[in-house]
Write a protein that binds this ligand. Structure first.
Ligand code: ATP
Ligand code: MG
Length: 543
């Protein structure tokens, strides 16, 4: 074989269209990321109202219209090209950055993987302009009529990237991701109105909020009335930082960390350090395994934070993470402490439904009896120790449960040291003090009560013998759309578990007609909400 003189060229420059499609992967993961990018652009354009129209979970169409400043006709082709932005000119501008966008990537990326039309008009011109592209193809600007503002209409996402298209989930699942993004958006900007519709139906319509009450009403609409009833407002400023928003009373907890929102300078972010700071602040007042709920806003100078860490901009880097952490923690601890002081006198008197505790009879001790049981060694170095028991939420004090003491004592246990023996009394209305052969036993009443109920329920489930209790008046339970869908899809399973549910057309609520008799003392609303949140979260993990 003769030697080849023409050198083979293995490295080739990618065509522009392919570069754009690959880059799009970073920005456009799924329909929800398109929605996020377009809504962020509308917010940056100063819109006071944004309309979002979705068809088939965004598979077919995502259309975002705003009444913002619009795009100049001459700028329109640039707006759709990569690395072109009006929001940043030099690296120093990052220090002043208050817009959500800055990369000049979003529109170009979306255009590369869809059929997109942008129509826009600025206030000082009579004629608007429009530009349509297919997969980012060259296109010319045409005159068009449009009210002041911009509409971006995205159709057939990933039509030209079949691999990516195959990775799209069902319209229902994609719609759920869009809902999550929209929740973040609507909670991040109270001064903007939003109309969100799916399949021709308006799902959310919220007007710009001027008062605290209006903001609270918006949160209640997004995350449920139950949360807002337990929400405490917080506003804390120190050392150039502002922490404000709402945190839930520790009596309102979630089984998942699904109601935890952080916004930094108007941008939804996900930051481990912030989550941890809140968890620590709540540590003493939360039951084990429960999660706090909050919507918190952090404001600081853009010079003290870098948002250019990750293409999706969820992750940020603080210049002084310690300062942020301690300030956040303190603001929450102070708020919770003030709440405790406020509630303390009430818990010392009586709470509604509280049964006075009668201690079990203690045998009368005579000096002879005491001498008989005391070991014949002198008690030296007796240590007097105060046990530092975690304080419980003052509103979550369970009733003093004589019957529980009895059940616990009656519960058989193989290990003698774990037997509960005889209940002696109660500490802080939270712990049962008992004595057994090995000494004193301290039982967390709440946890024990839960365990007893759980064991009984488990057994009844195994025997298919869950006894239900009909409610005289059905209880309406606020649920989010994902939970509502879950109830509809798994109604028979829930019925078998003892929850008889009814539905109306309204996706925000289900009605409980009956629940397991054993749980009838529980607040049925919270109980069902907690169960559904768990189920939906688990289902989500499977996606
Ligand atoms: N709804 C809108 N109203 C007014 N101008 C817009 C709108 N959407 C986009 N633009 C203009 O188009 C430009 C490009 O938008 P694009 O989203 O691609 O980039 P960006 O927002 O600057 O940065 P990023 O990629 O971080 O989002 C913007 O800088 C802005 O000038
Ligand atoms: Mg943008």
């Amino acid at each position: 074989m003769g030697g080849k003189l023409i050198p083979e060229q293995y490295i080739k420059a990618l065509p522009e269209s392919l570069i754009n499609q690959i880059a799009a992967g970073e920005v456009v993961g799924r329909p929800a990321s398109v929605v996020k990018e377009l809504v962020e652009n509308s917010i940056d354009a100063g819109a006071s109202w944004i309309k979002i129209l979705i068809r088939e979970g965004g598979h077919r169409q995502i259309k975002v219209s705003d009444n913002g400043q619009g795009i100049a006709t001459v700028d329109l082709p640039l707006a759709l090209s990569r690395h072109a932005t009006s929001k940043l000119a030099t690296l120093e501008d990052f220090d002043q950055l208050l817009t959500l966008g800055f990369r000049g990537e979003a529109l170009a990326s979306i255009a590369a993987v869809s059929r997109m039309t942008v129509t826009t008009r600025m206030a000082h011109v009579d004629q608007g302009a429009s530009l349509s592209t297919e997969g980012g193809s060259e296109a010319s600007v045409l005159p068009a009529s449009h009210p002041v503002g911009t509409t971006v209409d995205v159709r057939d996402l990933f039509f030209n990237t079949p691999v990516r298209r195959r990775f799209l989930r069902s319209p229902e699942t994609e719609w759920r991701h869009i809902e999550t993004v929209m929740q973040q958006m609507m909670l991040s900007r109270f001064d903007t109105g939003f109309t969100v519709s799916h399949q021709g139906k308006v799902i959310w319509e919220v007007a710009p909020c001027e008062t605290i009450e209006a903001k609270e009403a918006r949160i209640a609409k997004m995350l449920g009335e139950a949360l807002m009833q337990e929400a405490i407002r917080l506003d804390f400023r120190a050392l150039g930082l502002q922490v404000s928003g709402w945190i839930a009373d520790p009596a309102y907890t979630r089984t998942q960390g699904d109601t935890q929102f952080w916004f930094l300078n108007g941008r939804w972010i996900r930051d481990k350090m912030l989550l941890q700071a809140v968890r620590e602040a709540y540590a003493d007042v939360l039951f084990h395994g429960r999660h706090p709920a909050y919507i918190l806003y952090l404001e600081m100078s853009p010079t003290d934070v870098d948002v250019n860490v990750h293409p999706a901009k969820h992750d940020v880097r603080f210049r002084d993470p310690n300062l942020v952490r301690t300030t956040v923690k303190r603001s929450i601890e102070d708020t919770l402490a003030a709440l405790r002081t406020e509630k303390l006198p009430l818990s010392r008197t009586t709470l509604p439904g509280m049964v006075p505790y009668t201690p079990p009879p203690v045998p009368a001790f005579t000096p002879e009896k005491v001498m008989a049981v005391l070991p014949e060694v002198p008690i030296v170095n007796a240590v007097q120790k105060t046990l530092d028991l975690p304080a419980r939420s003052t509103t979550a004090v369970p009733e003093v449960r004589q019957d529980l003491c009895e059940t616990l004592v009656a519960t058989p246990c193989q290990h003698p040291a774990q037997q509960l023996g005889t209940a002696i009394g109660q500490v802080h209305q939270t712990y049962i003090l008992a004595q057994n052969g090995a000494g004193l036993v301290l039982v967390d009443m709440h946890a024990a009560h839960e365990r007893v109920l759980y064991e009984k329920l488990k057994q009844a489930w195994a025997e298919k013998a869950i006894v239900t209790q009909q409610l005289l008046i059905p209880v309406s339970v606020q649920v989010n759309p994902a939970e509502w869908q879950f109830c509809r899809m798994h109604q028979s399973l829930l019925t078998a578990a003892g929850f008889h549910l009814e539905f109306t057309e309204q996706e925000g609520a289900v009605f409980v007609r009956a629940l397991p008799a054993i749980l009838k003392q529980q607040a049925s609303e919270r109980l069902l909400q907690a169960i559904l949140a768990d189920c939906v979260a688990e289902q989500g993990e499977g996606n």
